[in-house]
Ligand binder design. Sequence first.
Ligand code: SF4
Length: 319
Amino acid sequence: MRVCREEIISALNAPDFTEYFKKADAMRREAVGDIVHLRAIIEFSNHCFRNCAYCGLNCKNKSLKRYRMEPEEIISCGKEACSAGYKTLVLQSGEDKFYTKEIIGQIVQELTSCGVTVTLSCGERTDDEYAYWRDCGAKRYLLKHETADSNLYADLHPGYTLSERLSCLEAIKKLGYETGSGFMIGLPGECAESIADNIILLDKLDCDMAGIGPFIPHPETEMRNHKAGSVTITQKAVSLIRILRPHMNLPATTALGVRNKEAYTEAFSRGANVLMKKVTPAKYRSLYEIYPTEIKIADIRDERASLCEFIKSLGRIPE
Ligand code: SF4
């Protein structure tokens, strides 16, 4: 279904959004049921050669201690998450060429052979790399576009363009990956029109997943004094995407939870059907800080068990 820009703008400007929230919940139930998918995230490297204006991992942040997990360490962490009950692993990193096509391919092969689904989130790479990892068994790829405004994109990502980003997303989709993108709420110049453009871009790319999170300022970035994104607008965007593309996988994003725990919980009754949980080893956890966040470390099994209880308390089914 093609989505209509005017309809999105008018919904976002509506004085009362209650009916849209209810509709999103009903459509979620009808299209994807009551299951909430739990995804385990392993942040395997915080090295990054890019300088995104909003991100604490940007290469100009010299105060950050950098780490790289060894391939064996990533595999063992993935296997532990698997044995704790996670069925999907998200391998995420900064843009770090240390991990070659072959290294990542070998990690993907090892993990998929344990029966787990592997999602990669390693940034912009070549079509050849994406194809190789797909052949190795990777099923999903996440690459947020962050903003559909090409001028703003260029400002926030010095030296890079939105069209390069979109070419990567198109290549990923063409290779048969379940393709995830997403954008940030609260970037400079935001208005109903810009949010509508982001939603339309997700539709145009035929995305299977989308992460929508509020911007959160990080003190070691040039956007340190910029206001954080609105949690309500984040929820509205998630609901509208659910209504317009009912079968998509939509997480209640970690960033939303950091901004407001109640809004995070509400997101599950406003369109969300995915929960992402960091399982990165404790010694690295505080070093992967795209935005400031509270770090809580618990045993991986206990943590998953309490997440399952949380999901059940919402009348939903954890998977
Ligand atoms: S957003 Fe991603 S690519 Fe940009 S600096 Fe952060 S880790 Fe690197």
